[in-house]
Design a protein around this ligand. Structure first.
Ligand SMILES: NC(=O)c1ccc[n+]([C@@H]2O[C@H](COP(=O)([O-])OP(=O)(O)OC[C@H]3O[C@@H](n4cnc5c(N)ncnc54)[C@H](O)[C@@H]3O)[C@@H](O)[C@H]2O)c1
Length: 266
């Protein structure tokens, strides 16, 4: 991997833009790809405009890469017709192009919405059943399964990051459990890129939150050591108490507001 650029998809997005200069600092070279122009480019970056739902374009972006950080996606809940090309076909295209071009390692941005219908009273680990809270969550569960297949059948190495709420700061009571600080996101991604014995791993993308619902203890092969804790913001966030309806799906289940959408089970 050392002499080849790392490919980052979704490089024009919020997390991609923040990660780019930091990844260049550590790894030297980065190929930044998005369906929109990922300009302006930093020193050490090569830009590739590619729609991940188009296999030819993905294949061109992947050729010659040393590893892939797959962050490109339709990144919120949407109707199936919107999710399908970017998140289902697009994720298949990434894994398949990686296989064909001999790129062994893929870091896949999954989401807490793959497990969103678990009750917040539970503690989950990487083996917990997936319970998607929408089509977006289903697409992330699909991306995890596709990764598992490409590891077992094609000897690839895949880390799936069930990212909670990656934000500069936690802003509401739910974030006290789900927050992932940007510096911890970088620690997580680099821990996955550097893990010497990675095969298939599912990790929760969370900071060291006191109120976390999740555990990464079952994934010792990735040496991820978060340093930030949403609890530092708890007094400020809860200064007027927790105003949420305790009976609402968004309060009861881990996926938060996505669980309220079209919810009919009373
Ligand atoms: N930000 C979070 O808290 C969070 C939480 C859970 C999961 N994630 C996942 O992490 C990744 C990055 O999140 P983000 O917040 O930066 O999202 P974002 O929406 O800011 O960025 C996603 C990028 O993907 C690109 N994209 C969309 N469709 C594409 C296509 N068909 N072809 C090529 N590129 C396409 C968009 O142009 C955009 O630049 C996403 O996969 C998202 O689902 C993020």
């Amino acid at each position: 991997m050392a002499d080849k650029p790392i490919l980052l998809t979704g490089a024009a997005g919020a997390l991609g833009r923040w990660l780019r200069p930091r990844l260049i600092e550590k790894y030297g070279r980065l190929r930044v790809s998005d369906k929109i122009d990922p300009a302006p480019l930093h020193k050490g970056e090569e830009g590739v405009v590619a729609d991940i739902s188009n296999f030819e374009q993905v294949s061109r972006a992947v050729a010659g890469a040393g590893a892939i950080i797959h962050f490109g996606a339709y990144s919120i809940e949407a109707k199936w017709e919107t999710i399908l090309p970017a998140n289902i076909i697009g994720t298949y295209n990434i894994y398949e192009a990686a296989r064909l071009h001999g790129v062994k390692r893929v870091i896949f941005a999954s989401s807490n919405h793959a497990i969103g219908f678990h009750e917040v009273t539970k503690k989950l680990d990487s083996m917990s059943l997936r319970r998607p809270d929408g089509y977006y969550g289903v697409s992330k569960a699909f991306g995890e399964d596709m990764g598992s297949l490409y590891v077992d059948k094609f000897d690839m190495q895949v880390a799936c990051l069930r990212i909670g709420s990656a934000l500069p700061e936690p802003k509401d009571p739910r974030h006290l459990s789900t927050w992932l600080s940007y510096p911890d996101l970088l620690r997580l991604v680099t821990a996955c890129l550097d893990a010497p014995k990675l095969k298939f791993a599912v990790l929760y993308g969370m900071s060291k939150n006191t109120r976390s619902w999740w555990s990464n203890a079952g994934v010792p092969e990735v040496d991820y050591r978060p340093e930030d804790n949403a609890e530092d913001y708890a007094a400020q966030i809860l200064s007027h108490g927790d105003q949420r309806d305790p009976k609402a799906p968004s309060t009861r289940f881990m996926g938060g507001p996505y669980c309220d959408i079209d919810y009919v089970k009373r």
